[in-house]
Design a protein around this ligand. Structure first.
Ligand code: FAE
Length: 547
């Protein structure tokens, strides 16, 4: 019987060799990125699901930024690593020949175990736009808590599969407010540069930006921001801008220029699969189990930890339960995944010595969305590049950094759309709910008010200057603010509180947190570069002292 964990999206049985032969463009993008050669991609010795009863030196829970950094650096230090990932491998095309579903034509590949899409922009012109889809282990999870929906990537590569690729290093002067116990000189001298290199961060050519039709929406955003006196900044990205240039002239298959975002980019984006994970696999010391979900980590009688793992099928049903022993375990399941696991394990007495900081300090990075209605003489363009490349920086004056985001609908909307990252002091806590057997998060929608206030310092002024108004048709009927969601969950196992200053969990030798759960709720900009840089810093110390 074939092994379901080796399947991609299950649409079509295409051998890996045939897939590679038929999609040179994908490998072309990887080669352009200069990260991994075709031979390494073809070998893929890492695609071996873990066996029941296996004993491993290091087990990493999750394959996002933190997990990928840990796996690569440990492997380079000579340690065998096994990564457990609840989502799919995303390495096999579907019936349409593409690995990922298109943004405007979401199919079963789009959402994690839902029968209806849950789009961040739920409405257009006042009409709901969500639609029925088959239940499937799709790529984007819209995880609902009582006061907030948290969007997360599911699959090998975690959030890097679905995100906008904006690779922002926070201003050095802001860093101490983000992570007060971390040495600023070390971060900016060593670990941010290392993270940027590892991620393949690159910069847009400003001259090209100035002329290309697909960034008209961003140029309108710049013109209006500058007319109101706001600093407008270009933002680096992990999307290959050279590939994007070729897309724009029709020389290569289109992804960003075709509006692909949220459900994966078929070409051009240097997700972790093409950077850290590709390098980790190339060491021959890292293996990965997709469609495997960790449910428990308990001290083992002979030392180390017993990890319970549920293997699932693409319907989300458990097909096997495996028990594995690991000497060391890295929690890298993302802020929500790591926090949920640790909160449950402490509350149910499996890891009772974890301290009382577990589950605390969770924030939404102050995310809030809004749209503005432009005049008819200010079109934002029918074709919009899905990778944001610029932002309005009003952090110091108003507590908001607004990315000028695309609205890639394929039609002219005359709308400017923004995702603001704001200074929101509210922090929530995860707690175990014995009655439901689930972990709750006590965030309240009303706690977004400081974020709305901060965003208004930018957009009220722009609207007044331009004589324009907010769009009220994107998040419901007559609703201006997208205040029900976040793309940037952070915290829940905060550095130097739930863990020591390098991510070692208090109470248990050999248990580590190495993902966004370490960051106390806000980074002042988009978070994945900071998550990566902090992971680089912590793993270096752990390799030097704990192995
Ligand atoms: P993450 O990347 O979420 O990886 C965690 C992994 O663990 C996932 O693959 C999970 O499926 C897996 N997992 C969870 N629980 C388990 C379990 N029990 N067993 C096994 N596996 C498990 O964590 N950030 C930016 O900096 N720039 C952007 O432009 C940007 N755009 C975004 C757009 C969207 C739509 C979204 C959703 C996010 C965006 N982000 C962006 C946020 C960014 O992707 C996120 O901060 C990082 O991915 C978090 O990295 P972690 O390593 O913490």
């Amino acid at each position: 019987m074939s092994d379901p964990t080796r399947r991609g999206n299950g649409f079509k049985s295409v051998s890996r060799r045939r897939f590679i032969a038929g999609t040179g463009s994908i490998l072309g993008a990887a080669a352009l990125a200069g990260q991994v050669g075709a031979n390494q991609a073809m070998a893929d010795p890492a695609a071996a699901p873990i066996d029941n009863g296996a004993q491993v030196p290091v087990l990493v829970i999750g394959t996002g930024y933190g997990g990928s950094v840990a796996a690569l650096r440990l492997a380079q230090a000579g340690v065998d690593v096994h990564m457990i990932e609840m989502g799919m491998a995303w390495d096999t095309p579907g019936a349409d020949g593409k690995i990922f579903s298109h943004t405007t034509n979401a199919d079963q590949r789009s959402y994690w175990l839902r029968t209806k899409t849950k789009q961040p922009l739920s409405d257009f012109l006042g009409f709901p736009i969500d639609k029925a889809i088959p239940r499937y282990t799709g790529i984007l999870d819209a995880e609902e808590f009582s006061g907030i929906t948290v969007y997360q990537g599911r699959g090998v590569g975690g959030g890097s599969l679905v995100n906008g690729g904006m690779a922002v290093t926070p201003g050095r002067e802001r860093f101490s407010a983000v992570l007060p116990s971390v040495n600023v000189d070390e971060m900016y001298g060593v670990y941010y540069p290392r993270a940027n290199t590892g991620l393949g961060v690159n910069h847009i050519d400003p001259a090209w930006f100035d002329t290309v039709p697909c960034y008209q929406y961003a140029r309108v955003g710049r013109k209006q921001a500058q007319r109101s006196g706001f600093p407008f900044v270009f933002v680096p990205n992990v999307y290959d801008f050279e590939y994007m240039k070729q897309e724009a002239v029709g020389a290569v298959p289109k992804s960003a220029v075709d509006g692909e975002i949220l459900y994966g980019n078929n070409y051009g984006k240097k997700s972790l699969q093409k950077t850290y994970i590709a390098q980790a696999k190339a060491t021959g010391k890292v293996s990965i189990s997709p469609l495997h979900k960790v449910t428990s980590v308990a001290p083992a009688s002979g030392g180390g930890y017993t990890v319970t793992i549920e293997q699932i099928n693409t319907n989300g049903d458990t097909t096997a339960t495996k028990t594995v022993t690991a000497v060391k375990v890295f929690f890298a399941a993302g802020s929500v995944g790591t926090s949920k696991l640790l909160t449950k394990l402490k509350a149910t007495g499996v890891l009772p010595n974890l301290n009382n900081e577990i589950g605390k300090g969770w924030g939404d990075n102050g995310n809030v969305m809004c749209g503005r209605a432009n005049h008819l003489w200010d079109p934002t363009g029918k074709v919009q590049c899905s990778m944001p490349s610029a932002g309005i920086d009003n952090w110091d004056a108003g507590g908001a950094f607004a990315e000028v985001a695309p609205l890639p609908t394929g039609i002219e909307t005359y709308a400017s759309f923004y995702l603001s990252i704001t200074k929101n002091p509210n922090r929530a806590q995860f707690s175990w709910n014995a009655a439901t057997g689930k972990v709750d998060l006590n965030w309240q929608t009303a706690w977004k008010q400081p974020s709305i206030d901060a965003a208004k310092t930018i957009f009220d002024k722009i609207n007044a200057k331009e004589g324009t108004i907010y769009r009220t048709d994107l998040f419901g009927t007559y609703k201006i603010w997208g205040d029900h969601l976040t793309y940037h969950p952070l915290g829940g196992a905060v550095l130097n509180k739930a863990t020591d200053n390098y991510g070692r969990l208090h109470g248990y030798t050999g248990l580590y947190v190495i993902d966004g759960a370490l960051i106390p709720g806000n980074t002042s900009v988009n978070p994945f570069v900071t998550i990566t840089a902090l992971a680089e810093r912590n793993i270096e110390k752990i390799i030097a002292t704990d192995l």
